[in-house]
Design a protein around this ligand. Structure first.
Ligand code: NDP
Length: 279
């Protein structure tokens, strides 16, 4: 029977530690969030980030730009925030309207304020094992493994998914911790041939109940990054068929309450780090 890794509790502990650190070190962290357009899901994410900031003592500033914002206007705002001494971290909430170049926008955010870890400079630093801002979801996954004292070195870690924000940074983080890393994706043939070898299996695909018992190794650690809303019941589930694999594996993250809360906690961690770097 598996031990459930309670991301929600770990995230709460991280937020409490950050709150204490902000007071003790007299830090003045400030997060500036840029949102372009009217994406409803983004509004919820931004509200949750605002709430976490309030809890910790991070000043929160929101820049709501209209759908028809030009690239010049967006880059102008980013530059202004880059140069604003009071701003510790800048976050561009995606998605942004299609006429805007998101890659260029991420490149323009100063690496020192890039608390999402999306600037290519910070991605490069991660590659060569330098201290940097790491994308919050993969960073949260590593933190969960650390909190549970799950050994990574020498283990076979299989990552399903290779997106720039989850899969790819995870590959590098696990490699930096001396795991033997296997990365799989939609073109992988015979996926279970790889997943069955995983001591640590991390799924970031976005398909409900995609991972079944016969795809996992006995005693494996299962980290479920997926967030999927079921069409019929509207329930949120992960990529892993939780009930099916539960008896076979040693650790498992639930959805909701697993990786999700860790993502915001690690964003807060990055904002506080940015404030510390400045002071
Ligand atoms: P993307 O859609 O960008 O990437 C999905 C990845 O899964 C791709 O690399 C794709 O391969 C791969 N894939 C798709 N189908 C298969 C398949 N049949 N077999 C193997 N691999 C497959 O998604 P994200 O990385 O942004 O997110 C993944 C999931 O994680 C989503 O459910 C998302 O909601 C969730 N998420 C959760 C977060 C959290 O805080 N917990 C934060 C961010 C995301 P290919 O590259 O070949 O297309």
């Amino acid at each position: 029977m598996a031990k459930i890794i309670k991301g929600k509790e770990i995230a709460k502990k991280i937020r409490q530690e950050l709150k204490q650190e902000v007071v003790e070190k007299n830090l003045k962290p400030k997060l500036s969030v840029i949102m372009v357009g009217n994406d409803e899901a983004s509004k919820i994410y931004v509200r949750n980030k605002n709430r976490a900031c309030e809890e910790i003592g991070i000043e929160f500033e929101e820049h709501l730009l209209p759908e028809e914002t030009s690239m010049e206007e967006l880059l102008g705002l980013i530059e202004k925030l880059n140069n604003d001494e009071t701003v510790s971290g800048i976050l561009l909430q995606s998605p942004i309207p299609r006429h805007l170049n998101i890659k260029k926008a991420f490149e323009t955010i100063s690496p020192k304020k890039d608390v999402d870890g999306f600037n290519p400079v910070n991605i490069g630093r991660l590659e060569i094992g330098e201290p940097t801002f790491v994308s919050c979801t993969p960073f949260g996954v590593l933190k969960m493994l650390k909190e549970e004292k799950i050994e990574i070195e020498g283990k076979t870690a299989v990552v399903i998914g290779r997106s720039n924000i989850v899969g790819k940074p995870l590959i590098q983080l696990l490699l930096n911790k001396n795991a033997t890393v296997v990365v799989t994706h939609s073109k992988t043939k015979n996926l279970e041939q790889y997943t069955k070898q995983a001591d640590i299996l991390i799924s970031a695909v976005g398909k409900p109940k995609f991972i079944k018992k016969d795809m996992v190794k006995e005693g494996a650690v299962i980290i479920d990054v997926g967030i999927n809303r079921l069409q019929d019941t509207k329930k949120i589930v992960g990529d892993v068929d939780f009930e099916d694999v539960f008896e076979k594996v040693s650790y498992i993250t639930p959805v909701p309450g697993g990786v999700g809360p860790m993502t915001i906690a690690m964003l807060m961690h990055n904002v506080v780090t940015a404030a510390k770097n400045k002071s």
